[in-house]
Design a protein. Structure first.
Length: 276
């Protein structure tokens, strides 16, 4: 039986654009005709869940044929006071939803919280592709590695890099699978600033040391924040808002989404079927 390819959005830094990236990947895949499931493991904040709800409400207005929807499942943290009981509860609910989605969908996109918790670790350990949006700043880079402040030499991996290392081990133990880790440079400035060049050099060295690919993400654009309330993505504007004239910035941003999907190099469902 074909199993869905699992794409996990993870980073212990909040505000890196995980949920925005997740929804754009979901919709880009839906518009290619694939069946797509989504899971929100940060149900307390619930950004992806609210995004999906906004989209469902918008679909009623513009027509479901113009706004394809994912099969979305939020997973809340357990309310059990005992840590062991909470872990058992969260694992049970995660695995029930996960098993349903990977057996019925072509792709499953999982959005994790911007913190280290049990549900997030479960999500990471089930990833085929792990995407880590990272704001183009040394403040955000700190979760990946500790650097010498004067030379920018890598001193040791950061807390999140260690979490990914543990997730890779858990994935290998469970089913001998592997995780393709991609760090996505997000909110890039158009200016060729010194900080931008130095970030690129550090990421190049770090990628070889701890094993990830890094790709260009999304530029800083107001349009991404505006679309959230409407439940739309840049891939929807022509169908959902045909009267709105696309600006050059919109076209450029939509191309960034397409380039990201291409850079992820996720297998097509046909390839997954032949490999199963």
């Amino acid at each position: 039986m074909t199993r869905a390819h699992v794409i996990v959005l993870g980073n212990e830094k909040g505000g890196s654009g995980k949920s925005t990236t997740a929804m754009h990947l979901v919709v880009a895949l839906l518009r290619q005709g694939y069946r797509v499931g989504s899971m929100d493991l940060d149900a307390r904040q619930g950004t992806l869940t609210r995004y999906a709800a906004n989209r469902s409400a918008r679909a009623i207005t513009v027509g479901a044929d113009k706004l394809p929807l994912p099969m979305h499942v939020p997973i809340a943290r357990s309310e059990a006071s005992d840590q062991a009981e909470a872990a058992v509860d969260e694992r049970r609910r995660f695995e029930a939803a996960f098993d349903e989605l990977v057996s019925t969908q072509d792709y499953l996109v999982i959005d994790c919280a911007g913190s280290d918790n049990f549900l997030g670790r479960l999500g990471h350990a089930h990833a085929d592709t792990l995407v880590t949006p990272l704001n183009d700043s040394f403040v955000d880079l700190d979760v990946l590695a500790l650097l010498d402040p004067d030379t920018l030499a890598i001193q040791r991996p950061g807390a999140y890099s260690e979490l990914v290392w543990e997730s890779r081990k858990q994935r290998a133990i469970r089913d001998r699978g592997s995780i393709d880790w991609i760090v996505m440079r997000n909110r890039l400035s158009a200016l060729d600033a010194r900080n931008k060049r130095e970030m690129g050099r550090v990421l190049e060295k770090l990628s070889k040391r701890i094993g990830f690919r890094f790709v260009q993400g999304f530029s800083e654009r107001v349009i991404f924040r505006e679309l959230f309330l409407k439940g739309l993505t840049l891939m929807d504007l022509a169908e959902a808002e045909p009267d709105q004239q696309l600006k050059m910035s919109h076209v450029a941003a939509r191309q960034e989404v397409r380039m990201l999907l291409e850079a992820l190099k996720i297998p097509l469902p046909e390839a997954l079927a032949s490999a199963s």
